[in-house]
Design a binder for this molecule. Structure first.
Ligand SMILES: [Zn+2]
Length: 390
């Protein structure tokens, strides 16, 4: 999932995201709550109407940003008081208010309010934090069940969304319990925009597993979250500064304790090699700022390894960025031109670099899905690993 923090994947218009094949994007509740505010988005028909995006959207609960961005936070059983990183104003997030915000924003998939445990942390501290997350998960679900009909879908606004016909490829991985029960099949029923606009349709609330880098606590957190019962499960608290080997170990271990017939989502990962590897471990969804953020810093992922386009060696390189990439940037522009745009601090450098990196990530996942459908994950994996990555 490309990350569109403030209802925008930085530098990339929505029609370009559609062209690149993005089926779902992510928005950050913390940022949208502070600016433009939930009420503004709700009045515009939710994020779909506000940003004119018909395909699926997932919002995080705001918890991660509260813990990583805001100052002077104070946490207790009720929730967390924090100061905005924008203007220092004081705010309060609880499981209930985070659900209210996400229902107002109207994404297709919303996340339970959790505490992202810091790394490193003592075991007692990790346990305490994991247990708080479990209690908050139950409160998140209770509030959601009572208020889920308040989602602003179908409330006008947006640019003629309801008349649009969606192409087949925009099917998004939003499944609900009724679909699973009725179909008797676990993986091939997909909710679409049509579902979203159907009377009485609601969002899907996912639970989040915490537990630090501790296997036992991860297992217990997974079991307690599954017991509460959600249509999908996320593994949170990773990519917080731990060694990559620990991330992999926790993903592999935790996935085993989550139901295979529900989407399993690892939050905040990873490199192209990592997302392929996690997919092979049974992970269905991932999000990361890496492709977009790295692009804005001139760091590009290619089939031949990473490229830092700012390097002088590309100044007169007439070749494409990635000779194996079908994206419109690689089809049209030379490395020399991209290097010049970056060196001259042109806005176009950020746009073109981001288009390529997103294309590379989305194509990678497209190939993973294709390999899985053919039952050839292992062959695909070995071809990925044989690539030179610097
Ligand atoms: Zn490209």
């Amino acid at each position: 999932m490309p990350v569109g923090t403030a209802a925008s994947v930085k530098g990339i218009p929505q029609d370009t995201l559609e062209e690149l094949g993005a089926q779902i994007i992510l928005g950050n509740t913390y940022h949208l709550y502070l600016r433009p505010g939930v009420e503004t988005v709700r009045k515009m028909g939710g994020l779909h109407g506000f940003m004119s995006w018909d395909r699926a959207i997932l919002t995080d609960s705001g918890g991660f940003q509260v813990f990583s961005l805001s100052e002077l936070r104070k946490l207790n059983e009720d929730g967390v008081t924090f100061r905005s990183h924008l203007d220092g104003s004081s705010h309060f997030f609880s499981p209930e208010s985070a659900m209210a915000a996400q229902i107002g924003l109207g994404a297709d998939i919303i996340m339970a309010f959790d505490e992202c445990t810091e790394y490193p942390a003592e075991r007692a501290r990790v346990r305490e934090s994991m247990e708080l997350t479990a209690r908050w998960a139950a409160r998140s679900k209770d509030y959601f069940e009572e208020h889920k009909q308040e989602v602003p879908w179908g409330q006008a606004s947006g640019v003629g969304r309801q008349e649009k016909q969606l192409p087949h490829h925009c099917f998004a991985p939003v499944r609900n319990d009724n679909d699973l029960r009725d179909s008797g099949r676990s993986t091939d029923r997909w909710a679409t925009d049509g579902h979203r606009l159907a009377p009485g349709s609601t969002q899907s609330l996912f639970g989040i597993v915490q537990g630090g880098m501790d296997r036992e606590l991860r297992k217990e957190s997974a079991e307690r979250t599954v017991e509460i019962g959600f249509p999908g499960y996320a593994i949170g608290g990773l990519s917080v500064g731990e060694p990559r080997e620990a991330t992999r170990e926790m993903v592999e271990w935790t996935v085993e304790h989550l139901p295979a017939n529900r989407p399993r989502y690892v939050m905040g990962v990873g490199t192209p090699e990592e997302i392929v590897e996690y997919a092979s471990l049974g992970v269905d969804m991932m999000d990361c700022v890496l492709p977009t953020r790295a692009a804005r810093h001139g760091l590009l992922f290619t089939s031949e390894g990473k490229i830092s386009i700012k390097q002088a060696r590309y100044a007169q390189d007439a070749g494409p960025l990635d000779p194996n990439c079908p994206c419109r940037v690689c089809q049209r522009y030379s490395r020399a031109y991209l290097r010049h745009l970056y060196a001259s601090n042109e806005v176009l450098a950020q746009v073109l670099n981001t288009i390529h990196n997103l294309s590379f990530y989305l194509d990678t996942m497209q190939r993973v899905r294709h390999a899985i459908s053919l039952g050839e994950e292992s062959r695909f994996l070995s071809s990925v690993w044989s690539r030179p990555q610097t």
